[in-house]
Design a protein around this ligand. Structure first.
Ligand SMILES: NC(=O)c1ccc[n+]([C@@H]2O[C@H](COP(=O)([O-])OP(=O)(O)OC[C@H]3O[C@@H](n4cnc5c(N)ncnc54)[C@H](OP(=O)(O)O)[C@@H]3O)[C@@H](O)[C@H]2O)c1
Length: 386
């Protein structure tokens, strides 16, 4: 049977849009996906049509591909099956609403929105309009993440009671990002929590929360957070979050009846300063019978090890390399294709409800850290001109 093909419209022409399109254009068979395929049929830039044309030629999109100088034309294009939103997170709410209102399914980059209220409206709108919507947390769809979740569900390290996750970049913030770059610019929802901390929280949630049957999943019962704000813009440059879940996984035992997590992110110190895994691991998933350690970076790990408790077997190292030259963004794209093929509105691997709970955690972390963004980008009013 011919693979199920979906036709993508790309909204924005920045760094991640380019990475995504290059991955989409790779042969799906190389990653063992023979059931789905992808075509890029339209690209839109908010600045000019020529910018979109340049993007199309530089990424090497084959065949006919429309170039637009605004996002409105993209979402109105009848050839587009699904829109990939790759703008800064400040703009996600407005951009996703634009696509949904035009009747298009959406894959939207992380962080989904600036706050949980915006995410809720997007999900309600998608539901009302019977449209597929998914937050593009690519890490969840990697074979490595699936293996780790399965190990936990199968009890490989016993009952998991604690997770420590870090996603930190050791940069000279003033030199690297100044004041205008979206990483530190509050007008673009800058700061490490929404951009990098989301991956630390992803590991916390995909291990301690997602591995339970859906009806047993419970949001954290306690959250404590510390934030340090960047002196030049006020965006967060260091954030540490402590969480308690009123559950344990995979058996959800009445005693101790809870699990704990630490999620960290920092712009000035690195998870792995030498970038050679000499400071491994980035993630520790600790159970009563041993632990799983995942080497960083947390957003794109390629190796993990299972360390059984003393006297219960040997350490097992597992490599999960990506296909040569690929980033690995096609795994989430394949999920979108399968969901559209199967008539699903949301992905089981990152359901709307879980995206909302994570956004609520980040709202609370920002409240405790006293990080607010300009009213316009926190707004739930659509349309709002940004
Ligand atoms: N999954 C991942 O691994 C990953 C990695 C990096 C980033 N991201 C996410 O992807 C999103 C974009 O990040 P990026 O690194 O690609 O950013 P970027 O390089 O700055 O690109 C953002 C693009 O958005 C468009 N845009 C529209 N309005 C804008 C405005 N007011 N200011 C700046 N750009 C505007 C621009 O393209 P046009 O105007 O041409 O449309 C711009 O090129 C963020 O939400 C980020 O968190 C995800």
């Amino acid at each position: 049977m011919a693979p199920y093909n979906i036709r993508w419209g790309i909204m924005a022409t920045g760094w991640i849009a380019e990475t995504f399109v290059k991955d989409l254009l790779r042969d799906p068979n190389v990653r063992g996906a023979s059931d789905v395929s992808h075509t890029v049929v339209a690209v839109a830039s908010s600045s000019s049509k020529s910018r979109a044309e340049k993007f199309i030629s530089e990424t090497g999109v084959p065949g006919s591909c429309a170039a637009y100088g605004n996002y409105e034309e993209l979402v109105a294009d009848p050839n587009v099956d699904v829109v990939y939103v790759a703008t800064p997170h400040s703009h996600h709410f407005q951009n996703v609403m634009l696509a949904l209102e035009a009747g298009k399914p959406v894959l939207c980059e992380k962080a989904f929105t600036v706050n949980a209220a915006q995410t809720k409206i997007l999900c309600e709108t998608a539901k009302k309009k019977n449209l597929f919507l998914m937050e593009a947390v690519w890490t969840r769809y990697f074979p490595l993440s699936i293996q780790v979740r399965d190990l936990i569900k199968n009890g490989a390290i016993g009952e998991v009671l604690r997770v420590i996750a870090d996603n930190s970049f050791g940069e000279d913030v003033e030199t690297k990002w100044g004041t205008e770059h979206r990483m530190v610019n509050k007008d673009l929802a800058g700061g490490c929590l929404l951009d990098l901390g989301i991956y630390s929280l992803t590991w916390v949630f995909q291990t301690l929360y997602h591995t339970l049957p859906r009806e047993q999943r419970k949001p954290p019962s306690a959250i404590s957070a510390h934030m340090a704000l960047y002196h030049l813009t006020g965006a967060d440059e260091a954030t540490t979050v402590l969480l308690t879940f009123p559950t344990t996984t995979p058996s959800n035992l009445p005693n101790p009846g809870q699990s704990q997590a630490v999620a960290m992110t920092n712009l000035r110190v690195a998870t792995d300063p030498a970038e050679d895994n000499s400071a491994r691991p980035a993630i520790r998933i600790q159970g009563t019978k041993g632990e799983i350690q995942v080497d960083g970076p947390a957003f794109r790990p390629e190796r993990y090890r299972i360390i059984p408790k003393k006297g219960h077997g040997d350490i097992k190292e597992v490599e999960c390399p990506f296909p040569e030259g690929a980033k690995g963004m096609f795994y989430e794209a394949d999920e979108v294709a399968r969901c559209l093929r199967d008539g699903k509105l949301e992905s089981d691997t990152l359901p709307w409800e879980e995206s909302i709970v994570i956004m609520e955690v980040m709202d609370e972390v920002r409240r405790q850290g006293e990080l607010t963004y300009p009213e316009k980008i926190e707004s739930t009013v659509y349309p709002t001109v940004l």
